[in-house]
Design a protein around this ligand. Structure first.
Ligand code: IMP
Ligand code: MG
Length: 186
């Protein structure tokens, strides 16, 4: 897909190109490979937004690992989280004694991630870290939330593509772009 596709017409601008993303994802894979030498972590993909990032990241990590998937929903409008988080699909295997890395698409208020970290820690993970593709630090509401690994800090704008959606659309855009406000203000 190139920048002339219909989907790109709903963007104000491309914020991160597929090449920029691939470069950062490769670096992050190398960092995680170094940090987890001698370990076999469980990589947890938070569906659906992290799915593309997850697929790329795990192939840049040179370690034995297992994968698991979790789907959650946070109630609220299409562009804002309400703070209420619900598990739609839970992990297949328990994480007791495991080195867990949560893979998230984006940290905004931080409500979703702080909830996830709390429940996975309660379940007895040996270690728990977070890898997020994007972070919007200006919007944080959970002040002491630690995001261990991140690829990009971005400004306070609603972005789509590379897995991120608006109303379930745009996940298949290969680049990440700022959605034109006219789309969600209509
Ligand atoms: P938080 O709980 O406010 O940190 O929100 C995190 C979740 O909101 C992410 O996992 C996304 O699903 C969604 N989200 C936040 N900002 C954006 C955005 O700019 N584009 C698409 N989804 C977003
Ligand atoms: Mg989402």
């Amino acid at each position: 897909m190139d920048g002339n596709s219909e989907l790109y017409k709903d963007l104000d601008r491309v914020l991160l190109t597929r090449e920029e993303i691939a470069g950062k994802v490769r670096e992050l894979g190398e960092t995680i490979t170094r940090d987890y030498q001698g370990k076999a972590p469980v990589l947890v993909c938070i569906l659906k937004g992290a799915s593309i990032f997850f697929a790329d990241l795990i192939r840049e990590i040179d370690l034995p690992m297992t994968l698991d998937f979790m789907a959650i929903s946070s109630y609220g409008s299409a562009t804002k989280t309400s703070g209420v988080v619900r598990i739609l699909k839970d992990l297949d295997k328990d994480v007791v004694g495991k080195d867990v890395i949560i893979v998230e698409d984006i940290v905004d208020s931080g409500v979703t991630l702080s909830y996830l970290k709390k429940i996975l820690a309660q379940r007895g993970a040996k270690s728990l870290k977070v890898a997020a593709l994007l972070d919007k630090p200006a919007r944080r509401k959970v002040p002491d939330l630690q995001v261990d690994y991140r690829c990009f800090d971005i400004p306070d704008a609603f972005v789509v593509g590379y897995g991120l959606d608006y109303d379930q659309k745009y996940r298949n855009l290969p680049d990440i772009g700022v959605l034109s406000p006219r789309i969600y203000e209509e």
